[in-house]
Ligand binder design. Sequence first.
Ligand SMILES: Cc1cc2nc3c(=O)[nH]c(=O)nc-3n(C[C@H](O)[C@H](O)[C@H](O)COP(=O)(O)OP(=O)(O)OC[C@H]3O[C@@H](n4cnc5c(N)ncnc54)[C@H](O)[C@@H]3O)c2cc1C
Length: 374
Amino acid sequence: MQTFDIAIIGGGIAGISLAYFLSPHRSVVVLEQEGALGYHSTGRSAAEFTLRDNAPPVNALARASHAFLTAPPEGFAAVPLLIPRGSILLGTHGKEALVRRRFAEAQALGAAVEWLEEAALTARAPILDPAYCAAAYFDPDYWDIDVDALLQAYARHARRQGARILEGRAFAGARRAGGTWLVETNAETIAAGVLVNAAGGWADAVAALSGVAPAGIVPHRRTAITVDLPEGIDAGRLPEINEIEDTFYFKPEGGRLLASPADETPCEPADVQPEEIDIAYAAHHVEEATTLGVRRVFRSWAGMRSFSPDRLPVVGPAPDEPSFFWLAGQGGYGILTSPALGSLAAALLTGSPVPEPLAREGIAATAFSPARFS
Ligand SMILES: Cc1cc2nc3c(=O)[nH]c(=O)nc-3n(C[C@H](O)[C@H](O)[C@H](O)COP(=O)(O)OP(=O)(O)OC[C@H]3O[C@@H](n4cnc5c(N)ncnc54)[C@H](O)[C@@H]3O)c2cc1C
């Protein structure tokens, strides 16, 4: 039987970023049930990096992640991980005051936001319908994340540092025996000192299979579609487009327009698929806010965004079993916060101080502890 210091359940961005930060210090195995890393939430995200759209503790994690993503360690990735995109935040008639308020708030934070009258709005995003957009501003602090490059870089370096990353390994249960975990998979039994739960939408199920109390992580389905852009529209130059109350968002994706109705439907953990109604809503928002007619949906998909009861991440040892460690509940921001959360989890698991970029943001070791729910 193989023995590791730490066994991580889940080969999404959470588990793989942790393997990267942890493997210089501990022997690590990652168990991923699917045949490829990032098959679930990580491979289905909208790949956005934003500094301001989330709850304050998440925005702090974003700021703490920004330096790693813009200037990762030498040789980490062959391509830039953040690509400047910028965003238009807009509201239709009746929402002008809200857009004004959000603009003033961003200005007060020192953001280089720019108010957009109609000509400036359509110059930045010629697809928008001025009849729909009553108020709008541009925020330059939005980036696309090259999610695949990031995930593969974490994995490549974790392997080089000695981590074993096993695909096609379904975790079936674990029990404590003589101060160690005996971890059952579809293929073998592995011994590990600590078990890390980075199982995304399945986090509570993995806890149950380990005899640990759930944290209350609930997956929520979110849908995205892509539609064709008209000739003459340069997708590369379009900004992201966010409705001010997050009722929809658009962004360029592979030369087409990605649209999401920002749906948030609680679901069972699964290989979730889009519902017809949510695809229709996404297309409706495109037709309402832009001058595009949606003749066909090129592609549609759905993925899970998994939230804890307070919608903040859950990072730390389980109150009822200190050798079971939670790294879950990253909601709609797990990619962009992965440098901060992966390095925080590695520090907690090795008994090291909170990493400098997080400490500078005032993030304490216990900031996201699962003990807050018990
Ligand atoms: C439509 C959409 C848009 C999004 N947009 C953004 C965005 O713009 N920016 C951003 O930062 N985030 C975004 N997110 C959220 C982001 O995708 C997630 O927060 C992140 O991917 C979570 O990573 P994870 O590793 O926890 O989960 P996952 O990627 O789901 O990984 C968990 C892994 O655990 C494995 N697993 C589960 N159970 C077992 C078991 N028993 N045995 C072995 N393996 C198991 C699963 O197979 C899975 O691969 C979006 C999500 C969606 C769905």
